[in-house]
Every structure is written in structure tokens, then in C-alpha cells.
Design a protein around this ligand. Structure first.
Ligand code: SF4
Length: 141
């Protein structure tokens, strides 16, 4: 597989692991014509089986832990995970809450963290650029 080509046409599956929807709305904003993340080749797909990258929001509630593992396993290799928002990165406002299994990297491997509560669309686009750089290093090895 040509990973350099894959880098520039990342298909993303959005997984909400218990978010308040703030981060999810910013992902939607990144897709609108104003920010137009599709100009960088990224688009949302409806199934993890077609996805190169998971856009993960939320702190990963106990209820969502097993579902997250299953969805991650359904993604074909090579795959990447981008956590969007403080909740998925560190627990955020739900840190050490009784019903939280996250943060995300306790459950699945994470490639890029995008900080913010919620992060702005520009930060999400910067996260995509970081992901490209990371994937390109993997290709150069
Ligand atoms: S990081 Fe903030 S905006 Fe995003 S899901 Fe958590 S509480 Fe909501």
C-alpha cells in the first residue's frame, strides 16, 4: 500500500465515547466550507471498516470502553487515532470520575492529541498536519 498517498486522503471515522458534544460540533465545523478540512483530503466515513483514522471525542465512559476496543479492531491496518479534546486526552473535567474508563490511551494506542475544551477547528486541522508528519516518518523507516 502506498502510505504517502494514504497520508493525503485520510478517511476518518468519528467515535463519540461519551463527549458533551462540544468537541463533536467542532469536528462538524472543521468540515464546513469555512474551514473545509476536505481540501486536505480528509472526509468522514460511516463505518470503521473504511476508515484510516479514528477521530475520538469524549472521556471514554465505562459503558463505551468495550465498544471503543471493538470499533478500533474493525479498522483496517495501517490505522491511526486522533483524540480531540481534553476529555479524551487526560479525562478533562471528568478526571478520576467514577464512571470513566479513559483517558483514551489507557484503552487503545493514540497517535495525536488535540488539546482544548473544545479545541477550535484550526487546532483540529493542526492535529491532522501532525498526523501526516507522524505517518510520513513511519513510511520513511
Ligand atoms: S473536552 Fe470539553 S468540549 Fe470536549 S467533550 Fe470534553 S467537556 Fe466537552
Amino acid at each position: 500500500m502506498n502510505l504517502k498517498a494514504l497520508n493525503r486522503s485520510l478517511w476518518a471515522f468519528h467515535f463519540n465515547s461519551g463527549s458533551c458534544n462540544g468537541c463533536d460540533i467542532e469536528i462538524v465545523a472543521a468540515l464546513t466550507p469555512r474551514y473545509d478540512i476536505e481540501r486536505f483530503g480528509m472526509k468522514l466515513v460511516g463505518t470503521p471498516r473504511h476508515a484510516d483514522v479514528m477521530l475520538l471525542t469524549g472521556p471514554v465512559t465505562n459503558d463505551m470502553e468495550e465498544k471503543l476496543r471493538r470499533v478500533f479492531e474493525q479498522m483496517p491496518e495501517p490505522k491511526a487515532v486522533m483524540v480531540i479534546g481534553n476529555c479524551g486526552s487526560t479525562g478533562g473535567v471528568f478526571y478520576e470520575s467514577y464512571n470513566i474508563a479513559g483517558p483514551a490511551d489507557k484503552i487503545i494506542p493514540v497517535d495525536v492529541f488535540v488539546a482544548g475544551c473544545p479545541p477550535r477547528p484550526e487546532a483540529i486541522i493542526e492535529g491532522v498536519a501532525k498526523l501526516w508528519a507522524k505517518l510520513e516518518k513511519k513510511v520513511d523507516r
